[in-house]
Write a protein that binds this ligand. Structure first.
Ligand SMILES: Cc1cc2nc3c(=O)[nH]c(=O)nc-3n(C[C@H](O)[C@H](O)[C@H](O)COP(=O)(O)O)c2cc1C
Length: 343
């Protein structure tokens, strides 16, 4: 196979590991020439049920481009890009929208094998964490945010446990919102067969849940308000109390497409930094999108004057060490990420 073709395949094979909400894998690439590519966001693969999800699509674009630049560095390619972020209104509905062009000069710099390994190690872990981040690493991530004029705050352990509960509660509350529940159901993968056939979405094992129980809850969500079930939920809550992760939250302006994109870049940079040291991360996106949970989190964190143009709560996550999580699968590059081209 021609070297450039192999380089392209290897590059996008690594890029295909990028994280995306619900593992929707919304990015597609179109090749314009041997080194030139356009990047598209496929709307059906983004989230649309909550209004804030549209702006969050730019977070995914930022995550993807920063991740792509790391893939280039890891494999010894020089990459440059130009953003062409579309207006947020164009993200509604179906179809693909272009958001960037990039150039890759293959095999022009020294590859970084440690970085390649970090990109393969990086995962979402929804398991119980045995320890949080070490102090120096926490400081490093806070500094990454500060360099971008964003405020990353580490929570104390009791507040971390409250945040874990708020996230859990928000996931259950969201079941009572028809549009959000239907969207979740669309992306949940309830069995090994479904996970391996579709290779996208949120698989039961990655969610640390029993597939049948998960399906039962989605189909009978009203039982979540039954007292007996409530007690079980409390038990689940008490189990998470022994979790030793550290929760963090990120405050920054979040009203324009560019601001949301910048959040994605910051998130990916933080994720890579902790993955390089063997730590995992678990985003609490539901707290951001569920209005009641968002408000309760503001109270918990004593954020009195949240303002979209100054200090909006854009990302909450827990981080630390856990057993290796189950792998979230990806659609083969030729069937999705690169389906617009003929390599
Ligand atoms: C912007 C963003 C938001 C996310 N929000 C959540 C979330 O709310 N809850 C969750 O469990 N995972 C969340 N994730 C993690 C994705 O579900 C995960 O990246 C995807 O399933 C692929 O799995 P991997 O990260 O292990 O490769 C989020 C990821 C991104 C990039």
């Amino acid at each position: 196979m021609e070297t450039n073709t192999q380089n392209i395949l290897d590059f996008f094979e690594l890029a295909n590991h990028y994280p995306s909400p619900h593992n929707g894998q919304p990015i597609e690439v179109k090749q314009l020439g041997p080194n030139a590519f356009e990047l598209y966001f496929q709307k059906e693969r983004g989230l649309q049920a909550a209004e804030v999800s549209f702006l969050f699509s730019y977070v995914t674009m930022g995550v993807f481009i920063y991740h792509l630049s790391l893939c280039a560095e890891a494999l010894g390619h020089e990459m440059s890009y130009e953003l062409q972020l579309p207006p947020v209104a164009s993200l509604k509905g179906n179809g693909a929208v272009k958001f960037a062009s990039c150039k890759v000069n293959f095999a022009t710099i020294k590859p970084d094998e440690a970085l390649r390994k970090t990109l393969l190690f990086r995962q979402t872990s929804r398991k119980k964490y045995s320890e949080g981040l070490d102090a120096a690493l926490s400081q490093r991530t806070i500094a990454i945010a500060a360099e971008k004029h964003m405020q990353l705050v580490k929570m104390n352990r009791p507040d971390t446990h409250q945040a874990i509960w708020l996230n859990q509660r928000a996931v259950f509350d969201d079941m009572f919102d028809d549009a959000v529940r239907q969207e979740l159901n669309h992306w949940l993968r309830y069995s090994k067969g479904e996970k391996e056939t579709k290779r996208d979405g949120l698989a039961y094992d990655c969610m640390e849940l029993n597939g049948r129980a998960m399906k039962f809850i989605v189909n009978h969500y009203k039982i979540l308000h039954w007292p007996i079930v409530n007690n079980l939920l409390k038990k689940y809550y008490l189990r998470t109390m022994s979790d030793n992760s550290d929760a963090f939250y990120l405050l920054t302006p979040f009203s324009t497409e560019q601001e949301a994109y910048d959040v994605g870049v910051a998130v990916m940079q933080i994720w890579q930094t902790i993955a390089a040291k063997g730590y995992y991360l678990h985003p609490f996106g539901t707290i951001m999108s569920n209005v009641a949970a968002h408000d309760d989190f503001l109270k918990l964190a004593h954020i009195d004057h949240e303002d979209r143009s100054k200090n909006f709560l854009v990302f909450i996550y827990r981080a630390g060490k856990s057993d290796p999580p189950h792998s979230s699968l990806r659609i083969p590059i030729k069937d999705h990420l690169l389906r617009r081209q003929s390599v």
